[in-house]
Design a protein around this ligand. Structure first.
Ligand code: GMT
Length: 375
């Protein structure tokens, strides 16, 4: 057991969103390292490449029993996790995002009984910062955290917020996110040509467009740029952009913005970009920022949440909401390719050193072994 392969059940959200993307990358890396990994979700996670040796996917259907007024996911998830735990003799569940995954893991563990897998819960952000404030969820999340065998958070900021939010006597280990780029199918020039960019400065934004991402500030930053006719903002959207359409006209920037939906192959756009722009009011970590920095593209962002832990002093960050400063920073990059190159390379050096799979995945493996050995 000390060094042999582990059998790991991973429950995560399948759609575009940092927690599911990280869970998928972790599962693939663990399988590559010889472990058997069993994913549970209501759809195949967007970046899960199957078939891959050591990777298994268990589809969980929403229960739509006519007896009940609304569909249920938590119970079918718990039952599937318990079934697979028994049939495959899983060593542990590593669940990403407390609701419903950590709660389903607790229930699955009770169903399986004494030989149940250990439970490791990784908090990703809004499970603490939003649901943790919601009286309908708070007690349940606290219960799941108390009954997990280990709890991790993706940044020190999120760990601190979690300890302030819940009554927990246990430590929370910080294990940051990581990124492993896939080889892109198309080169930079081909992508830029297809987007009709010619010599435009391509500013990339990737997110699920939830209110916390402050897309209003993103668009206002572009509108305030002196160089806005030289810029194209390219938004890789994980949800509908429709609510922001009127703002494009109000700010008169419709011609400066391109939106694409639900793209799993982000690498080619990262390669094609010249910079990243992120205007969230909170990020526990900012996986998209990490991905942008990995491609040596300078990032303009606000100093909120865990973003300073990702960027460090490799590139300046700006006070939240200061779109004038963000637009000026963007202008600096458009006007000085040398500055853009230097900031991009500094950020890349930092993230390669701290947030590569080789740095981070062994920390999860060490945690797994410690928790499994303490059974
Ligand atoms: O960013 C989102 O809205 C999605 C969310 C999620 O749970 O999928 O992302 C959170 O987890 C990511 C992976 O750990 C972090 O990089 C994001 O910063 C975090 N989002 C927030 O804290 C708002």
């Amino acid at each position: 057991m000390e060094s042999g392969p582990l059998k790991i059940g991973i429950a995560c959200f399948p759609l575009i969103g940092g927690s599911g993307i990280l869970a998928t990358a972790l599962g693939s890396e663990l399988a590559r390292r010889g472990h058997e990994v069993y994913f549970f979700s209501y759809a195949q996670p967007v970046r899960l490449d199957l078939p891959q040796e050591g990777l298994h996917f268990h589809l969980v259907d929403f229960a739509n029993n006519a007896l009940f007024p609304c569909p249920d996911y938590t119970l079918p998830l718990a039952v599937k996790m318990a079934e697979v735990a028994r049939s495959q003799q899983l060593d542990l569940f590593h669940v990403h995002y407390a609701v419903p995954h950590a709660l389903a893991a607790c229930l699955a563990s009770q169903i399986v009984g004494p030989s149940a897998p250990r439970i490791i819960t990784t908090l990703h952000g809004s499970d603490t910062t939003l649901l943790g404030q919601d009286p309908d969820y708070r007690t349940a999340i606290e219960h799941a955290l108390v009954h997990s065998d280990a709890v991790t958070a993706v940044s020190e900021n999120l760990r601190d917020q979690t300890l302030e939010t819940f009554r927990l006597k246990r430590p929370i280990e910080v294990i940051p996110n990581f990124f492993t780029p896939n080889k892109s199918k198309r080169g930079r020039e081909e992508v830029r040509r297809d987007l009709g960019l010619a010599d435009k400065f391509l500013v990339l934004h990737m997110s699920n467009l939830r209110p916390v991402k402050r897309i209003d500030l993103l668009l206002r930053t572009i509108a305030m740029s002196k160089n806005r006719t030289r810029i194209r903002l390219f938004i890789l959207a994980g949800d509908s952009f429709e609510p922001y359409e009127p703002l494009l006209d109000e700010l008169e920037i419709r011609d400066s913005v391109i939106v694409r939906h639900n793209t799993a192959a982000v690498e080619e756009y990262l390669e094609a970009a010249d910079a990243g722009l992120y205007t969230s009011e909170y990020e526990s970590f900012g996986l998209s920022i990490l991905e942008t920095a990995f491609y040596a593209k300078p990032v303009v962002a606000f100093r909120v949440g865990g973003i300073p832990e990702v960027i460090g002093d490799s590139s300046p960050l700006y006070p939240f909401g200061d779109v004038t400063a963000a637009a000026a920073a963007l202008d600096g990059l458009v006007e000085s390719p040398n500055l853009a190159r230097r900031l991009g390379e500094q950020s890349r050096a930092r993230v390669l050193e701290r947030f590569s799979a080789d740095r981070v995945v062994p920390r999860y493996e060490a945690l797994y072994r410690r928790i499994v050995a303490s059974r």
